[in-house]
Design a protein around this ligand. Sequence first.
Ligand code: PEP
Ligand code: MN
Length: 364
Amino acid sequence: MKTTVQTLTKEKQLCRILEESGKLIIAGPCSAESQEQVIDTAKALAADGRVHYLRAGIWKPRTSPGMFEGAGTAGFQWLNQAKTITGLPIATEVGSEKHVYEALKHGVDLLWIGARTVSNPFTVQEIAEAIRGVDIPVMVKNPLSPEIALWEGAINRFRRSGIEQVGAIHRGFSQQEKSTLRNFPNWSVAQELRRRMPEIPVICDPSHITGNQNLVPMVAQRAMDLGFNGLMVEVHPNPTMALSDASQQLKPKQFAEMLDILLQEKIDQSPNDLLTELRMEIDILDEQLLNALANRMDLVKQVAMVKKRHNLDVLQNNRYQSILKNVARIAGEKGLNPNFIKKLFLGIHKESCNFQQQQIAENV
Ligand code: PEP
Ligand code: MN
């Protein structure tokens, strides 16, 4: 499969990889943990022959303090040994100007910007300034929130700093409630970025989308079906012992088996596989609908208390009419059938009135 990257010149690395291999494949452990772990992973990936960059986090942006925060600059020695032994170029995440200088000093071949960093334009600007004048590929992950302008803005900060090889990584978006996937893929946001910036290669990170090694192949397959330009996958020789993201890393063998299927010449995907992928996303959306309904009911309970305290009627016709008008308008904007939405909200409103009556009766 050939991909054309319009604004990058032929001799540029990313462009060359995409032209020669069709897909850009970045793989390696979440974090560089030890010399042995980095070199073992690199050897397995190099032997596979389909990986273009060895990834490993040197500094890890952890959610809570006290967790493993990366090996720090000591890890560069392991990455460079791995590079010398296997010939694989190396990639790491940078989250500050200081990280950029350290990574460049230690011969890193590709930099990526993590989701948390992309959410902060000050830091993105600082990093872009630090890379200015260096011809190195920079991959920009999506921000934590599905805010396309923030993602696009970060990519543009690098381009305005004269960095020619810029790509994007779709790693899903944070969700308020726990669900089957660690981060919600929200494919339409990534698809919109691809539409707005057709010259930017966009790859998918199924490891951070799923948070679960069993689901990684399914999400990776979906990315391939949608025509993404490649993958960034977490691979660890012994995932259960990993110091970060243990549940989502593949063993080298599992990774190779996944690539065998993903990269084979496209034979028609079985309808069952496709249905399974789509249904997994539907299940997550259903869970989100139910979460929203539960949150709505919590508010209804508070409304019931106010009505009781002030002796107000449960059914207030103005409010009821305004809900129906409002949802009819939104349904129209979203192309949903207005009759169906009306019926749905009649049901929700009825349930909410019954619930309020019950609450008021219980609290007399
Ligand atoms: C990572 O790639 O290990 C990482 C921390 O990713 P993200 O920024 O997507 O959470
Ligand atoms: Mn990780």
